[in-house]
Design a protein around this ligand. Structure first.
Ligand SMILES: [Zn+2]
Length: 311
């Protein structure tokens, strides 16, 4: 996308090149969509952090996609109490550049002890402990017959490290991923955001080692977010010495595209036998969208109608 969309307020992503195109980078601020997700799923702080980090990665990885109907899914499954989460993001919309994202945790109310703070005053929620050991899958549906699926073992379950490992092993792109969510005292979201920095295949050794030493000395993303840095300032902090050109700013939002027709399809797929049971029990069936919590009600008459379409 060549169009520069001016977004200065609200959630957004920036895309930038640095070092004459040898580095590509993304940064995002996602406070509003993370807070929205927290409210929809009524998440505990550690789950808010896990979901917010993954939604933040989702919008940036959505911004990497080019096709109008491309769809990206980040799926994390682990043996910890949270069990995992799923986030999906679209590509930037043609007219507005908007990147839609949605996501849900498998368990929303996990409470586990926080880890000792690496930086005084900042609570370090144990996201890795909540997720446990498991697998990160990236599914890219770019309109081909079969979607692309990349899978790696979770490295820490802290999500940023796991994505860094995914990019290096599955896509062979050396990357640095930083993701952070900060909570207010009342457990609402005060800041959320992050960055993805990637080396292009033709990057000079000199650029690579300079970038590596910059990243090594960098404070945690949460510290930078706590200082109120915008996505531009995040990238300037890391890539300031590399001549950044910011290419565009894209708005981002939490948006679910569920509707009654989609839910009906899910009901039909239960099959005749299951639907018969529902009709016989004469109860009203309420189905909730996993992503956004919207409830869809189906009475006995509705189910009877769906029965004619079921196998
Ligand atoms: Zn929904």
């Amino acid at each position: 996308m060549d169009k520069v969309i001016n977004v200065t307020e609200g959630d957004h992503i920036i895309r930038a090149l640095a070092a004459n195109g040898q580095i590509r980078s993304f940064a995002a601020t996602t406070r509003n969509l993370t807070e929205y997700a927290r409210q929809v799923h009524n998440t505990s702080p550690v789950v808010t952090a896990a979901l917010g980090r993954t939604l933040t990665a989702g919008v940036m990885m959505g911004a990497m996609m080019k096709g109008e109907k491309d769809l990206l899914t980040i799926q994390i499954r682990g043996n910890g109490p949270m069990k995992g989460l799923t986030v999906t993001a679209g590509s930037p919309q043609v007219d507005t550049g908007m990147v839609d994202v949605k996501g849900y945790p498998l368990a929303a109310d996990v409470v586990i002890p926080a880890k000792p703070a690496p930086v005084a005053g900042i609570r370090k929620l144990d996201v890795g402990g909540a997720i446990g050991n498991g697998v990160l899958s990236i599914i890219k549906d770019i309109g081909l017959k079969n979607p692309y699926v990349g899978q790696v073992a979770l490295q820490t379950g802290e999500i940023a490290e796991d994505l860094t490992y995914y990019f290096a092993t599955s896509e062979q792109i050396p990357s640095a991923v930083g993701l952070g969510v900060l909570m207010n005292r009342d457990n609402t979201v005060s800041q959320a955001g992050g960055f993805i920095i990637q080396l292009m295949p033709f990057a000079d050794d000199e650029i690579i080692s300079k970038l590596e030493s910059m990243l090594k000395d960098m404070p945690p993303v949460t510290t930078l977010l706590d200082e109120g840095r915008t996505p531009e300032q995040l990238l300037e902090y890391v890539l300031g010495d590399f001549d950044i050109e910011i290419n565009d700013r894209l708005p981002a939002q939490f948006k679910c595209n569920c509707d009654r027709a989609r839910v009906e399809k899910a009901l039909i797929s239960l099959g005749k036998e299951e639907l018969d049971k529902i009709v016989n029990e004469e109860k009203e069936e309420e189905l909730k969208c996993q992503f956004c919590g919207k409830a869809y009600k189906f009475g006995a008459e509705d189910i009877k109608r769906l029965l004619t379409k079921a196998k």
